[in-house]
Structures are given as C-alpha cells and as structure tokens.
Design a binder for this molecule. Structure first.
Ligand code: 5GP
Length: 199
C-alpha cells in the first residue's frame, strides 16, 4: 500500500504496540523498489512512504515511483520543514515527506544511507534493513537492465562499495536479495518477529 495522506484515515486497524519504522537501504540497482512493492503487497500493516526527488523520471518508470519536483520546489519544502529526512545523492535531492498516518500502520521507507542515519538519530527504535546484491557483477547487470547509461552505471557502482560498507555498520539486519519473493518473505518474517517482541 502506498502512503497517501488523503486516504490515510480510512481503512486502518490499530496496531497493538508502537508502530515500527522500517528503513530499507542498499545500493542503487539492488532491487529495493521491487522488494518494497512485494512487502506492501504481502503485509497490509505497512504504509510505504512516497519520496520526493529532483531527478528526472527514467523512461522505465511510470511516474508513481516518486513525486518528481524541481530543485526550487524541493528547497521550499526543506524551508517549510516538510521532510522527515532528506539527502543529496549523486547530484539530486531525495526526501521523505513527514507522514501523517498516526499509529495505525508501520511505516516503510526505501531510502539511501544518509537518510537512514537521520532516521536513526531521531528514532533509535527504527529498524534498518540492508539489502545486498548476490555479487558486484549481478549489481552491474541489474543497473544496466533498468536503462541507466554507462556513465551512470559506473558512478552508481563506485558509490555502491561505500554504501555497502556504511550500510553494514548501520543496519540491524542484512538480507541478500537473490530472489524477490524469498527476500520479501525473509523481511516479512523479521517484521513479524519484531512485532511479537515489541508487543
Ligand atoms: P534512484 O535515483 O535510484 O531512484 O534513488 C537513488 C537513491 O535514493 C536510492 O538509494 C534510493 O533508495 C534513495 N532514496 C529514494 N527516496 C529517498 C528519500 O526520500 N530519502 C533519501 N534519503 N533517499 C531516498
């Protein structure tokens, strides 16, 4: 389910404990987007936040992946304190709008590492899950498949080494994304365990 403030107060069942804040991190191309879509499809307690970005929509994207905005609009939102976290990543701005869903759902964020660090600073209970690729070769292949040009693929690969190193230091759980369904099931089971233990 994608978080939509307009419909946030309808179809909601209260959770029995403080909602989880679940942060999925991992290098570009590792498959975070596909995994979070799998997660929200299998777990109705999750609300997926829709980020803002100043980067252009890729030809392969439908337009629902982000709120695509100009740098000026993004900067105005920063000035209005509209983001839970935001960061610059490879020349573009990305930010999580402040959620207004209350405590009826667990919040799911798919963001990069600086954003995850900000979330952790504000909420030490946030659960950070690092997705890793089965290999660097597979990561490169996935980056190429989604249509990035060679310059972008090489930039993202270079950045991925640091992201994995920093991610390992920050994450509570590390999951190798070999197969989406298997990864989704593994994360769903981690979340169920956390819900039980925090009850
Ligand atoms: P991409 O351009 O490949 O869609 O995203 C680049 C990176 O930005 C990815 O690691 C993605 O998870 C991250 N990202 C997406 N939305 C946000 C956000 O709201 N905040 C932060 N900090 N990173 C984000």
């Amino acid at each position: 389910m994608v978080w939509d403030p307009a419909s946030a107060s309808s179809c909601l069942t209260p959770l029995s404990a403080k909602p989880l804040v679940v942060v999925i991190i991992g290098p570009g191309g590792v498959g975070k987007g596909t995994v979070v879509r799998d997660l929200v499809a299998r777990d109705a307690k999750l609300w997926l936040s829709r980020s803002w970005t100043t980067r252009a929509k890729r030809p392969s994207e439908t337009g629902d992946e982000y709120v695509f905005v100009s740098t000026e609009t993004f900067r105005d939102a920063i000035a209005a304190d509209a983001f839970l976290e935001w960061a610059e990543f490879l020349g573009y701005l990305y930010g999580t709008p402040r959620p207004t869903i209350g405590d009826t759902h667990d919040l799911l964020l798919e963001i990069e590492i600086q954003g995850a660090q900000q979330i952790r600073e504000h909420d030490p209970d946030a659960v950070i899950i690092l997705l890793t690729p089965p290999s660097r070769e597979e990561l490169e292949e996935r980056l190429r498949r989604r249509g990035d040009d060679d310059v972008h693929v090489q930039r993202r690969l270079r950045s991925s080494d640091l992201e994995l190193e920093m991610g390992r230091a920050l994450a509570d759980f590390v999951v190798v994304n070999e197969d989406v369904a298997q990864t989704g099931a593994e994360i769903a089971s981690i979340l169920e365990g956390l819900r039980q233990s925090r009850r």
